[in-house]
Design a protein around this ligand. Structure first.
Ligand SMILES: NC(=O)c1ccc[n+]([C@@H]2O[C@H](COP(=O)([O-])OP(=O)(O)OC[C@H]3O[C@@H](n4cnc5c(N)ncnc54)[C@H](O)[C@@H]3O)[C@@H](O)[C@H]2O)c1
Length: 262
């Protein structure tokens, strides 16, 4: 994918899914514009890590709930690289209790602002450039929790990820004839900081230790283990590539066969 340029959101965390996506794209020859909250851990090392794969990289601070931040990123990418081939909306939050009655207004508003509106706003900001190019690939990070409801996952999270799936399919239908493919990936159980919150909910919900919660989680994965973020990076790099040129509107589980629930 040499000479292509990607924007990836939520990239800074060294062990997060966003970083793994950025690295997988870089390994495929894509120049990567990494964005995240400026305060986020790992923001200062992201450019050197991506560039170590022989591509160009930029790191731009961007809160996806701030449209002005998004527009600054898009303008800077266009002026530096001249095009936007790939957008990966990866930034997300996993706020809220597994107990519905404990979810706060703040949990709802942040979950919807980051996981849903932030994705929609970034799509709206890049699509005019992709339309002018006559091509583009957008990959939204939903979740297995966007395909079904699972025990101990906050309802605010599940609802937000169902919305990402709906948004993805609607945009796929609208822009298919313009050469823009829009797909979603649906990770299952992936070792990251966010996954620690899931384990915490499982542990509290079942009154078991964190180690037991991890065992319980793994027992729900047919492949038998919670994966590292690189499995998601590889799936995104495939969906972004020409190999996936006839694929749009899908919601691809990257979940070791785990069942999405109800
Ligand atoms: N880890 C899992 O098991 C799992 C499973 C399914 C889906 N996901 C999804 O994968 C994505 C990445 O999650 P992760 O597990 O790497 O978690 P993570 O917490 O390590 O990464 C999330 C990133 O999003 C960034 N972010 C949060 N709010 C933001 C905002 N307002 N603007 C810009 N960036 C913001 C954070 O700074 C962080 O770098 C998320 O969308 C998450 O919902 C994760």
């Amino acid at each position: 994918m040499t000479n292509k340029t990607a924007i990836v959101t939520g990239v800074s965390h060294p062990k997060g899914i966003g970083r793994a996506i950025a690295i997988a794209l870089a390994k495929s020859g894509v120049n990567v514009v990494a964005t995240d909250l400026k305060s986020s851990e790992g923001f200062d090392t992201v450019v050197s890590e991506i560039e170590s794969y022989g591509v160009k990289a930029l790191a731009i601070a961007c809160d996806v709930t701030n449209k002005n931040d998004i527009n600054v990123v898009v303008e800077q990418v266009k002026s530096t690289f001249g095009r936007i081939d790939i957008l990966v909306n990866n930034a997300g939050v996993g706020l809220g209790s597994g107990d519905f009655l404990e979810i706060t207004d703040k949990d709802w508003s942040i979950s919807l602002a980051v996981n849903v509106k932030g994705v929609a706003d970034f799509c709206q900001a890049v699509i005019p450039t992709m339309l002018a190019q006559g091509s583009g690939s957008i990959i939204n990070t939903a979740s297995l929790a966007g395909l079904g409801a699972m025990t101990d996952i906050p309802a605010s999270y599940t609802a937000s990820k169902f919305a990402v799936v709906g948004l993805t399919k609607q945009l796929a239908v609208q822009y298919a004839k313009s050469g823009i493919r829009v797909n979603a990936i649906c990770p299952g159980s992936i070792h990251t900081q966010m996954h620690d919150l899931v384990l915490d909910n499982i542990s509290k919900g079942n009154n078991i230790s964190l180690a037991e919660a991890q065992k319980l989680e793994d027992s729900n994965v047919p492949l038998g283990f919670t994966a590292k973020p690189d499995v998601v990076g590889d799936a995104v790099a495939y969906l972004a590539s020409d190999g996936a040129r006839y694929i749009t509107g899908i919601t691809m589980p990257v979940a070791g066969g785990m069942f999405p629930g109800l």
